[in-house]
Design a protein around this ligand. Structure first.
Ligand SMILES: Nc1ncnc2c1ncn2[C@@H]1O[C@H](COP(=O)(O)OP(=O)(O)OP(=O)(O)O)[C@@H](O)[C@H]1O
Ligand SMILES: [Mg+2]
Length: 749
């Protein structure tokens, strides 16, 4: 049995909680002394020395010995398994007991007269069991691999361990060093590497890892130390030769698949988590790349972490790196133990593994064969249960006389080993001793904004297309509405121009739907493990959009204002510009909010286009407010087009001295427009006589304010319209925040 063949852990310099000396194999002896001195200087009662203080010691120690440029490196620890209980050189143990998880599936029709057998089936009761009574443990320094056929529940088990299944649905317990893990603490000390590589395609490997370091490592760590950590990570992941290559995507050729995988792992381990969960980190890789990835994971484990991953059919070489295996079949454990015990297990089960056969392949094939027979795996599940019970009994007989470190002490010891957990303070309460986020709000915002700017700079076509769309629309409007006059027809055309111009600004905002949808899953991955706050993302996202909105507004206002011949001079231009800007702001906020609730680009476009059409319909252009049916009037007030449209019209028609209909012009746009001029004058004369008021061909009949009244624009001033539009923008940003807060909980129910 392999655990007997391995060297005894207790021979490797282990001791009690106080023997930190042996817990520092990650630094050179002189560094260790420095850190130990530093650790001893703290009061013995304050076990949870602050991370910042420890890192400071580490920095001091390093700068004393290596002019400050040597990265913090973890060196492999030699680990063995002599005892099944813990010794203090192996402070972390993640144990899970009786994990069961089932989901509701489409309720089948059950009839009162159905037979006992059919009614008893899990399908009939509407539940599908995905995990069934799984127990086991994983230890620091080891890689635990979950194996099984596709659909056997590997990802589900990893999700259960990584707290990605809601507490109400998951039965059983997951404990770290015997203590139930709070979600908040788990988020800080763990990382989960998804099966998909969700990366920004236009960033290089080094930039990607550096941004991750800036999010995950505390502010107290200097930038040069963060850089050093990233450089060390690049070496550790074997990515040196591609460090300055962009990640790439379908459109741009970038790094290879294996390299992407390692970058994905890198961004989640930059803060050196104590628990690392990975869902199939080797899938889709050739055997050499897969082996490299697993070797990287081994190094991470040996630097003081617990690594738990799922894997499909590991090669012989990979198997030699794995420390513990759990085989699943339909959510039930069929083997749990070190790979070395497989031959003995299957021999005792009556299916000895032939020599020269890959053990895991044999095991998986056998499990698959048994799965094909009704109740076939039950014998194996039961055999495994009795084998485990026997193993427990044996291990109790050989229990080592070592004490288990409490979680608090273990985390403290781990930090003193140089683990870069993202934050810790001197609180006595463990949950409050670990900071939820590594950095303050404003640092997160700066880093998010910087990353966004780099991304937009590398993809100038995105803004270029939007600018082109706005500019060309402006030019088309300029030629169509060229130098409008102050005639009745001109006044009508001005109304049309504003309605079209304002709705166009909203429509051109729709292009930001794919932008966020593309980023959404990266955002979810990053916020799921507290890389930054959702609020910093929303604020950074809003602020960096403003400069581009200003450029677009200038382009649109400048191409249309003078060419169309709008009123108001310089102040009129500025008001028009701010109205366009406020419309862009409200539009982009609205579209951002929608992209937070829809999950598909096409769905997003359809909804945006439909809602904007309704906004235009109810804006007051097609039908004035007093003609809108009372049961639809609420839509008029929530129409985003209404406010900038009314503001711009007021800016245009506010001058009471400006006349739009004079004398005989009142017959324009009526059936009388075709009658000769002389007859129109006669009609005007008789009208004057009837009304008792002299109306000549130069008398002003309709002024600007009359047009506004005719349009029903009487309830708000132009500045109120502007501020309300701006406020809508803020409102939708707040809603966007809530959609992210409640919509991005990536826990299974
Ligand atoms: N919400 C759900 N409703 C019904 N069945 C589900 C649900 N989620 C998962 N399953 C089922 O649970 C089983 C286990 O899924 P899981 O993703 O854990 O498998 P896996 O072992 O990771 O497979 P693979 O190797 O293909 O990734 C599968 O049969 C899957 O269809
Ligand atoms: Mg899976």
């Amino acid at each position: 049995m392999s655990h007997v063949e391995r060297p005894n852990r207790s021979q490797q310099g282990t001791g009690s909680a106080g023997t930190q000396d042996n817990l520092l194999p990650v630094f050179s002896p002189s560094h260790q002394m420095e850190i130990q001195r530093c650790h001893r200087n703290y009061k013995p009662s304050s076990v949870s020395i602050s991370l910042a203080e420890l890192l400071k010691c580490v920095e001091d120690a390093q700068s004393d010995h290596s002019n400050g440029s040597t990265p913090i490196r973890h060196q492999p620890l030699e680990l063995g398994y002599a005892c099944s209980s813990l010794s203090t050189s192996n402070p972390f143990v993640l144990s899970f007991h009786n994990l069961s998880y089932s989901v509701k599936v489409g309720q089948k029709m059950t009839f009162p007269f159905c037979g006992r057998d059919s009614c008893d089936s899990s399908e009939a009761t509407g539940f599908k069991v995905l995990l069934n009574d799984i127990s086991g443990e994983a230890r620091e320094g080891e890689i635990m691999a979950v194996l099984g056929a596709s659909g056997s529940g590997k990802s589900t088990l990893i999700d259960a361990l990584a707290d990605r299944i809601s507490k109400e649905s998951l039965r059983g317990s997951v404990r770290l060093n015997g203590e139930i893990l709070e979600s908040r603490l788990l988020k800080v000390i763990s990382a989960y590497v998804m099966q998909d590589d969700l990366l920004f395609p236009m960033l290089t490997i080094e930039e990607t890892l550096m941004f991750s370091a800036e999010f995950r490592l505390p502010r107290s760590l200097s930038r040069s130390k963060k850089k050093a950590r990233v450089e060390a990570l690049i070496d550790q992941l074997g990515l040196r030769s591609a460090a300055n290559t962009v990640i790439g995507d379908e459109g741009h050729r970038g790094i290879s698949g294996g390299e992407r995988r390692r970058v994905s792992i890198g961004i989640d381990i930059v803060h050196d988590p104590i628990l690392l969960f990975l869902d199939e980190p080797t899938s889709g890789l050739d055997s050499t790349s897969a082996y490299m990835v697993v070797k990287v994971l081994q190094r991470i484990a040996q630097s003081g972490s617990i690594v738990i991953m799922s894997i499909h059919q590991p090669s012989y070489r990979i198997l030699s790196v794995l420390d513990r295996l759990i085989f699943l079949s339909h959510g039930q454990p069929v083997y749990a133990g070190p790979p070395g015990n497989l031959p003995e297990f299957f021999a005792e089960f009556g299916h000895p593994i032939p020599e020269n056969e890959n053990r895991t392949e044999f095991a998986l094939d056998l499990i698959r064969e048994l799965e094909e027979i009704p109740d076939g795996t039950r014998t194996l599940v039961e055999f495994n249960r009795s084998w485990q019970a026997q193993g427990m009994k044996n291990s109790r007989n050989h229990t080592c006389n070592s004490s288990r470190l409490s979680l608090k002490d273990a985390i403290s010891a781990s930090i003193s080993k140089g683990k870069l957990v993202s934050g810790s303070t001197n609180h006595s309460n463990l949950s409050s001793s670990v900071q939820t986020f590594a950095n303050p709000f404003w640092i997160e915002m700066l880093v998010i904004a910087k990353r966004s700017l780099i991304n937009s700079r590398r993809m100038p076509e995105l803004f270029g297309i939007r600018f082109g769309a706005v500019f060309i629309t402006g030019l088309i409007l300029a030629t169509i509405f060229w130098h409008l006059d102050n005639s009745p027809r001109g006044a009508q055309e001005r109304l049309g121009f504003f309605a079209f111009a304002i709705s166009t600004t909203y429509y051109t905002c729709a292009e930001s739907i794919p932008a966020f949808l593309q980023e959404r899953y990266i955002f979810m991955r990053e916020t799921a493990y507290n890389a930054y706050r959702r609020s910093s993302y929303v604020l950074a996202h809003s602020l960096i959009s403003i400069p581009s909105l200003i450029v677009l507004s200038i382009a649109f206002a400048a191409t249309t204002y003078w060419t169309v011949g709008l009123a108001g001079g310089a102040s009129g231009f500025f008001f028009f510009f701010f109205t366009v800007l406020s419309a862009f702001w409200a539009g982009s906020s609205f579209v951002t909010f929608l992209s937070g609730i829809v999950s598909h680009v096409m769905l997003g476009f359809t909804i945006v286009v439909a809602i904007l059409a309704y906004f235009l319909l109810f804006s007051g252009f097609f039908i004035s407010r007093d003609r809108i049916p009372p049961y639809w009037i609420w839509f008029h007030y929530i129409s985003l087009v209404k406010y900038p449209y009314e503001g711009a019209l007021q800016n245009e028609f506010q001058d009471p001295t400006k006349c739009f209909v004079r004398g005989v012009q009142m017959f324009d746009n009526t059936p009388l427009s075709a009658v000769p001029e002389a007859l129109k004058l006669k009609l005007l004369q008789s009208l004057s006589n009837t009304l008792g008021r002299n109306i000549t061909s130069s008398t002003c009949i309709v002024t600007g304010p009359d047009i506004l009244r005719g349009q029903g624009i009487t309830d708000l001033s132009k500045w109120s319209c502007l501020w309300i539009t701006v406020a809508w923008g803020f409102f939708f940003r707040v809603l966007f925040y809530f959609t992210l807060l409640f919509g991005s909980k990536n826990k299974r129910r």
